[in-house]
Design a protein around this ligand. Sequence first.
Ligand code: SER
Length: 898
Amino acid sequence: MSSKKTANDIRATFLDYYKSQGHAVVDSSPLVPRNDPTLMFTNAGMVQFKNVFTGQEVRPYSRATTSQKCVRAGGKHNDLENVGYTARHHTFFEMLGNFSFGDYFKDDAIKFAWDLITKEFGLPKEKLCVTVYHTDDEAAAIWKKVAGFGDDKIIRIPTSDNFWMMGDTGPCGPCSEIFYDHGPHIAGGPPGSPDEDGDRFVEIWNLVFMQYEQVPDGEGGFKRLSLPKPSIDTGMGLERLTAVLQGVHDNYDTDLLRALILASADATGTSPDGPHAVSHRVIADHLRASAFLIADGVTPSKEGRGYVLRRIMRRAMRHAHILGAKDPVMHRLVPALVREMGGHYTELQRAQPLITETLRTEETRFKALLDRGLKLLADEEEKLSPTDPLPGQVAFTLYDTFGFPLDLTQDVLRAKKRPVDVDGFNAAMEEQRRKARAAWAGSGEAATEKVWFELKEEVGATEFLGYDTEVAEGQVTAILTPAGERLTSAAAGTDVIVVVNQTPFYGESGGQVGDSGVMFSGEGTEVTVRDTTKKLGAVFAHAAAVTKGNLSVGDVVEMRVDTTRRAAIRANHSATHLLHEALRRRLGEHVTQKGSLVAPERLRFDISQPNPLSAEDIRAVEEAVNARILGNSDVTTRLMTPDEAIALGAMALFGEKYGDEVRVVSMGGMEEGANKEFSVELCGGTHVRRTGDIGLFKIVNEGAVAAGIRRIEALTGRGAFEYLEEQEARLQQAASALKVPPAEVPAKVASLVEERRKLERELADLRRQVALGGGGTAAAPAAKDLGGVKFIGRVVADLPAKDLKPFADEMKKQVGSGVVTVISVADGKASIVVGVTEDLTSRISAVDLVKVGAAALGGKGGGGRPDMAQAGGPDGGKADDAVAEIETAVSQAVAAAA
Ligand code: SER
């Protein structure tokens, strides 16, 4: 056997071996299970295949192999308090496994395993023994044949130790475990013996012969159904196997964990062994768990998975404190972890900035509290005798005021063997909840809000999984009518609001609309989700309709976000960030966000900006955004305190209230000469992975919404493309109507416009000439003599109103001295002008005359000067009458003056 193999080699050898045996090498699934809402973290390799075993899900392969990330902390399997103090406890570990989904069964499973450990890994047969379930003669016979073991090495175990179940329900079956004997120098006996708990015999591999599915029997118990086909699930802890292959007894002495312990020793300037060994082990283990959880989207918080993460992180930070670290340490170990494990788990590389920032933020914040909390604890201990438990109220104060998770307090007191009064702690916690409820009840909020407050108390905040996945299972924790009444179940055809413990659906906030999609349950229930909102910033409300079957509280539902719609929303959201920055650069720093809507079909962005954007501005902004899209750089998300974010130059919304921690989304690539990305913004929304995913960006509208606020509407991706296609189709239509290639359309249109102007001018000239009788058919009438004053009255068709005065001037010249009037009739309406030559204006006023004409035409008024006045009337048919009236009026004026 080669003692040179590193943990990374061993993992690769395992996967390669099964690959050569026809197994698909499948990536580890995330630590937050997508397919089991009752499971806190993925804790075995088979979790991602749960539904494949039962036949609910079909995959394109029938045998698979994985190296699965597992966390056992919080929830059912909790190893947290032992980590650091033992050789083989971890919160994070890797489980190597091979799986058969109705393909091979016991025969091959045993053969493969035996072959791998004895041939590939070279473990000597004498060092190995196996267990089988006491009634499993078949497995015993196969072991005898394959390994050549006698009965003394095939140990029959009658207990549940050799019947594997993932939980109360799910696939299960008898199992067979392979043990390695570290030798007589270590205390302990073989499995099944009274001394089996000693460290001498270590279980390295568990082969589960999956045959049953355990389900509720409807009477409060369980029953076992046969799986469609017998299957195989095996699990081998990489850390244990590595210890065996590297000839060490303790998992923490293997290369990978040792490298992290050395990094911890180096960062704290302490010795890796000796009195500080426990602290280094805790740090090494917890660094792995924290980093992998953060990479899979868990962030430290007050509840659920986030709280387990926080407990792990703070426990490690307490040990860094024991090592005398003055400044935050954990984040400085991230490079060592990425070096060791980032090759296989590339998510560590991708999330490295997020992991670093999250650790630093948490440790910075916790440090001050830790010092003060430890001081309080020491003071309180002074008051106690060495055997007194720590009062629950003190543990609660440490929790509530100093952020000490209960297990951290217990860990501090562990060395002194002082217990904590956990009942007292729980009572203090319950009392605090009661007070919060009472305060709420007195605050007189609206009834529907009250329902949400109660729900938040009762079922807790909904965990949002949608940054990492668009499909996940959730457990229904409440069903409400749209009016807010609680239901226990709802039948098809009912409109409801559904609350689940965890969801991939984004709840409307920060301008981004809520997700829609569907929920299914195993019983054939189907629920259509129209929209998702966030109540009290914590509980996700899925506005939905039950379309098939019956939905009940407690149901486990598979939730599927409408992915096409979400992809469009993501592209629009990321484009909004790029647009924001591009606008600031083009228009100036005064540009701030005044409103934003990120919907699937478009984005709308309001900014403070006094003047309209010019066409040039719009083009430049589009150009800048599209350049970033073409740059196709990574979009990164980090968590930090609001102050850190602002210091980094993140754009935040003024006046917005942010929590202790904020998400900072950066994109657009590093700027030359600046150590920040093109766009850095505080944002809780969902974004594309790379800017290239936006596809294309096009502004389609720019206008005012209020004084000093401009609104920009834009499209991305397919929407932008379709818009441009439509524009192009219009251009093509225009080109074919003009009978020129598209490129010549602008010149052609310009020349047509010019030509038309010229023609209009010529037409007007011609009409005037015709009207004046200069060459047309309608000869000019001769002037009448009205008591010594010459008068010409004309009715013409279609002479533009603006041409009437020049025309009347012409007529005045023709008569030399006298009165002229011209009425032009167009579309049934009349325009009229009256002109009086200068010599007569003291006697006769054009204004008076035009009023007479206008009245005859059914109009009113008219105005101008004594020598030239203009008016109009609706009654074009009365034009000749109007001329006659004016003639009469002139006659009267002449007579009156005589
Ligand atoms: N599911 C079994 C275990 O976790 C074998 O992979 O031990």
